[in-house]
Design a protein around this ligand. Structure first.
Ligand code: ZN
Length: 272
């Protein structure tokens, strides 16, 4: 029996990041989703979803690049491309039980073609990237991580932010998103909203803390306690620059008849 998975290339310039944060020589391949994978992805937690999603993704060309360092937005597009390869391109993405922002009912259903989807651009200069250079004195090769984009809060605190990777998102979802609660409750949305900044902000006052949980918790407290309108503007700018969400799609509420913008975010599942 032949279990060849029939991998197909995903060109980096198709991705929201256009491949800018990655080494130049990586090639991304995806396998169509098997029946087993599709069943496993139904109803799993947010963290587990992206962990499993990468099982069918292969990086070729550069063996040192860890696929968990793919940006979340890129991984989401890769997810869609896998589904396009898996199902016929004329199949639709179905969304059910979406909340109507006019009457509040969770009754909106809609279905979209893959070709209806459009992604927003990232902000300029926002990518952190590993850069390798040769040290003049020692002659050694040194790799540094560039910071991303600089922002300043009203109290003078300088931070650098870059988009979230799959690895970051899995950690965020594991630590800050409870799967027992409805992800749409105000409490959970607030928690998720604040916690995401602890993953988007990679450096504060010149100190890097990629995997420092203590600094993450500090940031969650710091962000949550901000109250000046100027700080809110900074947070909005960070969020807009570091995310490349799918543009909202239009649907109609069956209860009130009004038009609803369906926002497809990482916490919404795609179903074929
Ligand atoms: Zn409605």
């Amino acid at each position: 029996m032949n279990f060849d998975r029939n991998y197909k290339i995903v060109k980096t310039d198709w991705l929201p990041s256009r491949g800018i944060p990655y080494p130049d020589d990586i090639e991304i391949y995806v396998a169509p989703m098997t029946i087993r994978e599709r069943r496993l992805l139904e109803g799993v937690s947010n963290a587990e979803y992206f962990r499993r999603l990468l099982d069918g993704v292969q990086i070729r060309g550069n063996q040192n690049f860890d696929k968990h360092k793919l940006l979340l937005a890129d991984a989401q597009l890769i997810d869609l491309i896998r589904r396009i390869y898996t199902f016929e391109p004329d199949r639709k993405i179905a969304i059910n039980n979406y909340r109507c922002n006019h009457c509040g009912q969770y009754n909106v259903s809609a279905s979209f073609m893959f070709t209806d989807l459009e992604l927003e651009d990232f902000g300029e200069g926002v990518f952190g990237k590993d850069k390798t250079f040769t040290d003049n004195d020692s002659g050694e090769e040194i790799t540094v991580h560039t910071e991303g984009k600089e922002y300043k809060f009203a109290d003078g605190t300088t931070v650098y932010a870059t988009p979230m990777t799959v690895e970051d998102y899995v950690d965020l979802a594991t630590k800050y998103i409870s799967n027992e609660n409805d992800p749409n409750t105000p409490n959970q949305l607030t928690k998720t909203y604040i916690a995401q900044f602890a993953y988007l902000i990679k450096k504060i006052e010149g100190r890097e803390f990629f995997d420092d949980q203590g600094m993450r918790e500090y940031l969650v407290e710091y962000i949550g306690a901000l109250y000046k309108p100027a700080d809110e503007e900074v947070m909005n700018a960070i969020e807009v620059d570091t995310t490349s969400i799918l543009k909202p799609l239009k649907a109609k509420c069956p209860d009130c008849g009004k038009e609803v913008e369906v926002i497809l975010n990482p916490w919404l599942r795609f179903q074929q």
